[in-house]
Design a protein. Structure first.
Length: 248
């Protein structure tokens, strides 16, 4: 497992260790769960996915919902934790999904997001290459879609889920940033290590973009993870003078 994912798991364990019973939504869960909840918590896990086939293979969730995270009407203020793990890049309107999550989070609830960094070399290649190319790469190099039942989803990878855009969304909607990590994935590092020519081209592209952007754009980190918390609404205390009973 990538060490950055281990760090995130440690943060989640620490943050939720005193929560007791929690209700968790895995948005785009597919056939499994992505982040484990602390063992000392009582977890009710709801999974929503657009693929009924994938959900049928999921033996982890307590409740299954076949639906689109952009449009399915989630219950208001219902979840302590929402996890969306490398899914937002596959939807055409990720802002709608984020709004849906925000609506369904309890106060003090947390939203765990993992997305590709659209402004990385890997992200830009993914965004601007056709779907058949993605299938070929995964079958040829990652050996992923050779598994029966795993159908590749189209990748949109909108700029609205760039690290900066998600941070702006958080600030605009009263979400605090509890944890974030922008990094190069272990899989990409290992891939570059095995393919020297690819690695040389990769390094050259990074240097060119750094020069053209005057060092303002770092295209090396390929992945972005962030944990957002929904702040409690401030209680308004009236400062109006109170009339005595005798004065009424």
């Amino acid at each position: 497992m990538d060490r950055e994912i281990i760090k995130l798991q440690t943060f989640v364990d620490t943050s939720l260790s005193d929560r007791g019973a929690i209700k968790v939504l895995e948005a785009g869960c597919g056939s499994h769960s992505n982040i484990k909840m602390p063992e000392n918590t009582s977890t009710y896990l709801v999974g929503i996915d657009i693929s009924e086939e994938q959900l049928q293979m999921n033996s982890v969730v307590n409740e299954k919902i076949v639906g689109d995270i952009q449009s399915y009407i989630l219950p208001s203020s219902d979840f302590d934790v929402i996890v969306c793990w490398w899914v937002l890049e596959h939807v055409s309107h990720p802002e709608k999904a984020l709004d849906n999550f925000l609506h369904s989070m309890k106060e003090d609830g947390i939203l765990i997001l993992a997305v590709p960094n659209v402004l990385s070399i890997k992200g830009l290649i993914t965004k601007y290459t056709p779907h058949w190319f993605h299938i070929w790469v995964h079958r040829s190099f990652w050996k992923f879609f050779s598994v029966e039942g795993f159908t590749p989803f189209r990748t949109y990878l909108k700029f609205s889920i760039s690290p900066a855009s998600i941070r702006r969304y958080a600030a605009k909607n009263g979400l605090s940033i509890e944890y974030s990590s922008l990094y190069e994935s272990q899989a990409v590092r290992e891939f570059r290590g095995k393919h020297k020519i690819v690695n040389m081209g990769w390094w050259l592209l990074i240097q060119i973009i750094k020069v053209l952007s005057s060092g303002k754009i770092d295209v090396e980190p390929t992945e972005f993870m962030i944990v957002l918390k929904k702040k409690k609404e401030a209680t308004t205390v009236s400062t109006a003078p109170v009339q005595s009973v005798a004065a009424l």
